[in-house]
Ligand binder design. Structure first.
Ligand code: CP
Length: 334
């Protein structure tokens, strides 16, 4: 179970009940965030390091906020200005940070598998905040949390994921999580942006955006990841917008109460039209708010048993979560 894990590296590794446990815990933390003082002592005495080797706005800030809302101490690391520029390796960087008494490491890295490498080499818990084109598990969880809150369930929903699937770690985490919870996922995008061995994911591939969107409960729109594309995979952004951009007209094929999502940052006018991004169906900013609660849940469940502060461990959570999920696990890990 998630409470006995040391690390969160991807949703491919999680059992459906582990995902549900994170979502349930996040719901309680979402209520905490609406309180006048949105803070609990759950992780008092623990220290988290946020290691960002790639740019980030939402993920970095929401992990830091989540840690602070849980009363953990936090330190932040960015490549620029660090000794990485002098040639220090990822392993040495992380081991030096751990030697300062770090209990949890949150890492975003341009190389797929970097968090897994750290997880094997550190005693600290490791959380993947996005690795190359592999996974972005907390984004997948916050997307699924938002879907469940909005639509009341996940099983049986029709979810369309549109865009640059091949380079999208968000798409992979969404696909693993949604299919494990019983949603039906259809993807669409240029053939040059489709992943290899797509059948391995147990999803449908539509021939057009219109086909993918037809009757969809949820449309999740992905950013074109120009920074990860080694060659031009589409003739022009204007042409991409014309064929694959989600406009109000295209959205009419979906369910009338369709939920529109985007992980951000958005290329407005390319993959998503202005009026769709800011329209009545959009939950894009709600995703960001929910991200803090979901990351609080992940930190809490992974680190709970490490809490050295007896009083914090005694009352780490609001009553309802204690009832639903029990105390953080005390089992040794690995
Ligand atoms: N969704 C997401 O990962 O955004 P950032 O790159 O700003 O963290």
């Amino acid at each position: 179970m998630i409470g006995t894990r040391k690390d969160l590296l991807g949703l491919e590794d999680l059992a459906p009940e582990e995902i549900v446990s994170i979502l349930d815990t996040a719901r309680t933390f979402r209520e905490v965030l609406d309180r006048p003082i949105p803070k609990v002592p759950s992780l008092r005495g623990l220290t988290a390091a946020n290691l960002f080797f790639e740019a980030s706005t939402r993920t970095r800030l929401s992990f830091e906020l989540a840690e602070k809302r849980l009363s953990a101490d936090t330190v932040n690391f960015q490549t620029s200005g660090s000794s990485v520029s002098k040639g220090e390796s990822l392993k040495d960087t992380a081991r030096n940070i751990e030697a300062m008494g770090i209990h949890l490491v949150v890492i975003r890295h341009q190389s797929s598998g970097a968090p897994h490498y750290l997880a094997r080499n550190l005693d600290a818990g490791v959380i993947n905040a996005g690795d190359g084109t592999h996974e972005h598990p907390t984004q997948g969880l916050l997307d699924i949390f938002t879907i469940r809150e909005r639509r009341g369930k996940v099983a049986g929903l029709r979810v369309a994921i549109i865009g640059d699937i091949a380079h999208s770690r968000v798409a992979r985490s969404n696909i693993w999580g949604l299919t494990k919870l019983g949603a039906s996922v259809t993807i669409a995008g240029p053939s040059t942006m489709m992943p290899m061995e797509v059948e391995r994911f147990g999803i449908k591939v539509a021939k057009s955006v219109e086909e993918a969107i037809e009757g969809a409960d949820v449309v999740n729109i992905l950013r074109i990841q120009l920074e990860r594309q080694r060659s031009t995979l589409y003739s022009s952004l204007r042409e991409y917008a014309r064929v694959y951009g989600i406009t109000s007209a295209r959205l009419k094929g979906a369910k009338p109460d369709v939920t529109v999502m985007h992980p951000g940052p958005m290329n407005r006018g390319v993959e998503i039209a202005q009026d769709v991004a800011d329209g009545e169906h959009s939950v894009i900013l709600e995703q960001v708010t929910n991200g803090v609660a979901v990351r609080m849940a992940v930190l809490y469940l992974l680190a709970g048993h490490k809490a050295p502060d007896e009083s914090a461990a005694e009352h780490p959570m609001p009553k309802e979560t204690k009832k639903a999920h029990g105390e953080p696990s005390l089992h040794p890990r690995r």
